[in-house]
Design a protein around this ligand. Structure first.
Ligand code: NDP
Length: 434
């Protein structure tokens, strides 16, 4: 804390992981050797840079951008880029730290990184977004490479932004190898990448429910967010027979007590992805219930899937969910639950999966995109989906292996942290003090 007094999100993430690791490290003292824990919390490299670009009115704008290259112990740095006005170094350091454990959990050889900018794509023209992405790459390109650092999308960075950045990367480096994942299908993207994080989160929740002899069929599900992860989590939950009763954005929550049907979900996806519209206006247009300024967590459900952003579900929200009988909470977003909320779920015996386990399907499929690019071929939708499903089941069993309590229940937080740690730590110990 003395070193990073202004980085609350980073400290929160480190505290959560260390709480799981400490008892494990005491039982396995070799993991305390070589200042391993101290090295693990310190990013290998952080790059901060200025992005100057020209808006549509001819005015010069200046943003700040970063790339946090946290750990390359098990493979090239890998993690998304986030464009949002709230982006700062604390948030990117927490995301890169978490990413390191998540990527280890996928079983694929990927290190951890994250980057982004305080640029706000909302309300910007395509031309402005393109010029910003190109200006950002003028600096970032020298730090990337298919075996060095491979970014992807995150909040505010979808197919459009990845396309602009990957295009500029190729132009500057005169090299078409894979340095971005989440690319369009016409230039090396993988089928299923857009669906992967949302589908993967639901696959993971399904494994948790199966362990208790339950299934999604007929369950009420609340989802927060209405972006990439939320949309596909909703699609897969519907597919498995659940009733999805909410979606949200930073203005409020859309509540559909009878459940969002397939047709309505398609219309919402078109509204968000093509029109780039807001949920409130959509609700207005279709005569649906929109609760301005509220989050989804007061709506009674069996399963909650937070898929928007960090710290969007606090202790009070968690108590309300538990009081209303929630059985399972699986995070599609990164660290959406506060530390207090996590404690509430763990104490209540709710099945609770931290994002680093349940949302790892996105980066796993990015890993599969890298593999396909290296082999210069494309797998079918069904092939990628099958691999994604198998990876999510695998991550679930790693969590069970390291997180089973004496009474047979599973602490998925400990399970995910310890399983991810063991892989990264073994690699670090083998490679000496570097
Ligand atoms: P999108 O930009 O597609 O969607 C983000 C959604 O979250 C939007 O509905 C947005 O609403 C809402 N949101 C963003 N910031 C806030 C905020 N401060 N308060 C309330 N709502 C907010 O991003 P993704 O769906 O890709 O990412 C969502 C989460 O999932 C993030 O935590 C991300 O790190 C995580 N994740 C994403 C992966 C991926 O493959 N895309 C992989 C693994 C994790 P609004 O439009 O109002 O801002």
């Amino acid at each position: 804390e003395a070193r990073d007094p202004h980085q609350p999100e980073f400290l929160q993430a480190v505290k959560e992981v260390m709480t799981s690791l400490w008892p494990f490290v005491q039982q396995h003292p070799r993991y305390a050797d070589q200042a391993l824990l101290e090295r693990l919390v310190e990013p290998e490299r952080v790059i901060q840079f200025r992005v100057s670009w020209v808006d549509d009115s001819g005015q010069v704008r200046v943003n700040r951008a970063w790339r946090v290259q946290h750990s390359s112990a098990i493979g090239p740095f890998k993690g998304g880029m986030r464009f949002h006005p709230t982006v700062n170094l604390s948030i990117l350091k927490f995301l890169a730290f978490e990413q390191t454990f998540k990527n280890a959990l996928t079983t694929l050889p990927m290190g951890g990184g994250k980057g982004g900018s305080d640029f706000d794509p909302k309300g910007k023209s395509d031309g402005e977004v393109m010029r910003f992405c190109q200006a950002l790459m003028l600096e970032l390109y020298r730090h990337l490479g298919s075996d060095t650092d491979v970014p992807a999308g995150d909040i505010g960075v979808g197919a459009r932004e990845v396309g602009f950045m990957a295009g500029m990367m190729k132009k500057l480096s005169n090299d078409a190898s894979c340095v971005f994942t989440g690319k369009g299908m016409s230039y090396g993207g993988s089928l299923m990448r857009p669906e992967a994080t949302g589908y993967g989160t639901v696959y993971f929740a399904q494994e948790m429910l199966h362990r208790q002899g339950r299934d999604f069929e007929g369950l009420r599900v609340s989802i927060s967010g209405s972006g990439n992860v939320a949309q596909y989590a909703a699609e897969k939950a519907l597919d498995l027979g659940a009733r999805v009763v909410t979606l949200s954005d930073s203005d409020g929550t859309l509540v559909v007590p009878g459940g969002i049907g397939e047709d309505l979900l398609k219309q919402i996806m078109e509204w968000k992805n093509v029109q780039r519209g807001r949920l409130a206006a959509f609700a207005d247009k279709h005569g649906l219930q929109f609760e301005a300024g509220r989050r989804p967590w007061h709506v009674p459900v069996d399963v909650a899937l937070p898929c928007a952003t960090q710290n969007e579900l606090d202790g009070e929200d968690a108590r309300t969910l538990v009081k209303n009988g929630v059985v399972c909470v699986a995070e599609g977003a990164n660290m959406p639950s506060t530390l207090e909320a996590v404690d509430v779920f763990l104490e209540a015996g709710t099945l609770y999966a931290p994002g680093k386990a349940s949302n790892a399907g996105g980066v796993a499929t990015s890993g599969l995109e890298m593999t396909q690019n290296a082999m210069r071929l494309s797998w079918t939708h069904a092939e990628v989906d099958e691999r994604l499903h198998a990876i999510m089941k695998d991550i679930h069993s790693h969590c069970v292996r390291y997180g089973t309590r004496p009474d047979g229940t599973v602490n998925y937080v400990d399970g995910a942290n310890i399983a991810g740690f063991v892989k990264v730590a073994d690699a670090m110990l083998s490679q000496g003090v570097i």
